[in-house]
Design a protein around this ligand. Structure first.
Ligand code: TXA
Ligand code: MG
Length: 357
């Protein structure tokens, strides 16, 4: 019998682990170098590894104790399910209870790649991976280190992003250590992740496909294969509603410094910094590249740097909603807890100042 993770994983401090760093250059992967990491996973340990999106925190998905320890290390509520990773669609066969034609079509087009599909779960998966749901999320990542590691393990690997729950996702091994040093067994350092934002999550269990999280594979590309895709801009749920739609919490990807998102004039963040400065509040701007792809790659690093800058309040401008911009804006909206400001009129300035008091 498998156990569900305890629902108070968020408040349980895990026993300390010593965290080893294994450097494996992404452009020259010798599979033998990953043997040590594969062994740690195979014996139920926790290994963070790079994917093309963000670093994942891996545990073998068929070992209930290993799965439980992922929730504990992250402080993640047991109600938020994990993505199961494999090196190929064939390797994920045991995890899924049948592949609908449209899933096969998506896999052919986008795997390996930043697409996660929610499908019917097979009995052979530890139910705790899916937080007890009848579905399971699966993905084949497009990163040479991830693929070599997953092949070496030869078992499906559950891997959420390698950050504490609700915090900023890691795009370097250093970020992983900032979040999880002493709580996991190993980090495979394959350098910065190329894409910078998480995979697209699409639910294929209903009559019409539903986009649950915008990400590396664009909505337009999904529509190209699937026809209609249901999607809600800024879909958010409070944490009590986790059972209905996991992972759409507003408090997600968030810096500890209060962040306010601006929409409209591109110089609005700087004008707001000046306006709140006149009222005695030190604020800063999270500067993102206007190009959506470059904005995505630097997003989480920029949020982390800004968070360390010591200001009381941060402003960031929404990026153009083209391409990866949709995913970037989704993460910014959540990182800002849904706080959006459209101008620097006195009432707006008043409102943003109240955020940090
Ligand atoms: O790019 C990514 O997807 C990264 C890398 C490591 O692969 N992983 C990642 O995992 O972002 P995580 O756990 O941070 O986010 C997974 C998302 C969550 O929003 C979760 O709620 C959703 O996928 N999810 C997982 N299983 C699901 C299921 N059975 N039904 C609906 N949503 C699910
Ligand atoms: Mg995450």
């Amino acid at each position: 019998m498998s156990r569900m993770p305890t629902s108070d994983a968020g408040s349980t401090e895990p026993p300390p682990r010593s965290t080893r760093v294994l450097r494996v250059p992404a452009d020259d992967v010798d599979p033998a170098e990953l043997d040590a990491a594969a062994r740690v996973l195979d014996t139920g340990g926790l290994v963070a590894f790079p994917t093309e999106t963000v670093y994942g925190l891996g545990a073998v998905a068929d070992d209930p104790e290993a799965v439980q320890s992922v929730f504990v290390a992250k402080g993640r509520p047991a109600t938020d399910p994990l993505i199961v990773h494999g090196p190929s669609i064939e390797a994920l066969e045991p995890v899924v209870d049948g592949w609908p034609d449209r899933a096969v079509a998506l896999a052919e087009r986008f795997w390996p790649g930043p697409l996660t599909m929610v499908l019917a779960r097979s009995d052979r998966v530890d139910p705790a991976v899916s937080s007890g749901r009848s579905t399971v999320a699966v993905r084949v990542p497009a990163h040479p280190v991830a693929l070599a590691l997953l092949s070496a393990v030869g078992r499906p690997v559950a891997a959420p992003s390698a950050n504490r729950f609700g915090r900023i996702s890691p795009t370097t091994a250093g970020h992983v250590l900032d979040e999880l040093d002493g709580r996991i067994d190993m980090v495979v350092d394959g350098g910065p992740t190329p894409l910078g934002v998480e995979s697209t999550v699409v639910d294929l269990t209903g009559p019409v496909a539903e986009l649950l999280r915008p990400g590396g594979v664009l909505l337009e590309d999904l529509e190209d294969v699937l026809g209609a895709v249901v999607h809600t801009e800024r879909a958010v749920h409070d944490e009590g509603a986790a059972a209905a739609a996991p992972g759409r919490f507003l408090r997600h990807y968030a810096p500890t410094t209060p962040l306010v998102l601006t929409e409209g004039a591109h110089d609005l963040p700087t004008r707001l910094v000046a306006a709140v400065g006149e009222r005695g509040v030190t604020a800063g701007v999270v500067g993102l590249d206007p190009d959506p792809q470059r904005a995505a790659r630097s997003l989480y690093g920029a949020l982390r740097d800004a968070d360390r800058s010591g200001v009381a309040l941060l402003f960031v401008a929404m990026v153009a909603p083209e391409g990866l911009g949709r995913a970037v804006n989704d993460r910014l909206y959540r990182a800002a807890h849904g706080r959006v400001v459209l101008d620097d009129l006195p009432a707006s300035v008043e409102r943003v100042i109240s955020v940090c008091s």
